[in-house]
Design a protein around this ligand. Structure first.
Ligand code: FE2
Length: 145
């Protein structure tokens, strides 16, 4: 029962992660301008990490005994990350993605608190690792503007 609280919170993390994965790939495809190449590559590096993280987070939810709701409708209802817009300029794309990394960090930190309250070390390890990765991703994005 207590572990379900962690799983419920991880479902929000998964929705955010999946949404940012799609958005980062959108911007990888659609970015334009004089910084095209480095941004195209940075976005690729980041969506690859987010892709792997989708699996890690989902399988942690399964490990905690819950099914993983995984449809576009469910993710779009649960996420706080707004859809990408392929027509904005490169700087706006980078700013949005940096802010979105912050949104994921917030959802990870609130999940971390619940995992700490329930001594769920397995989840704590995954989440702590993800927070560091998102903080680094946000730094790389902000430094690209
Ligand atoms: Fe590509």
């Amino acid at each position: 029962m207590i572990k379900n609280e962690v799983a419920r919170s991880l479902k929000v993390v998964l929705a955010n992660n999946y949404a940012l994965y799609l958005k980062t790939q959108n911007y990888h495809w659609n970015v334009t301008g004089s910084n095209f190449k480095p941004l195209h590559l940075l976005f690729e590096e980041q969506y690859n990490d987010l892709f792997m993280a989708n699996d890690e987070i989902a399988e942690r939810i399964r490990t905690l005994g819950e099914k993983v709701p995984a449809t576009f409708n469910i993710f779009s209802d649960a996420t706080d990350i707004k859809d990408g817009n392929e027509n904005i300029d490169a700087t706006s794309m980078v700013k949005e993605l940096a802010d979105d990394q912050g949104i994921i960090i917030e959802s990870l930190k609130s999940t971390l608190k619940i995992a700490q309250d329930t001594n769920d070390e397995g989840t704590i390890g995954i989440i702590t690792n993800r927070i560091g990765i998102h903080e680094k991703a946000a730094w790389m994005l902000r430094s690209s503007i």
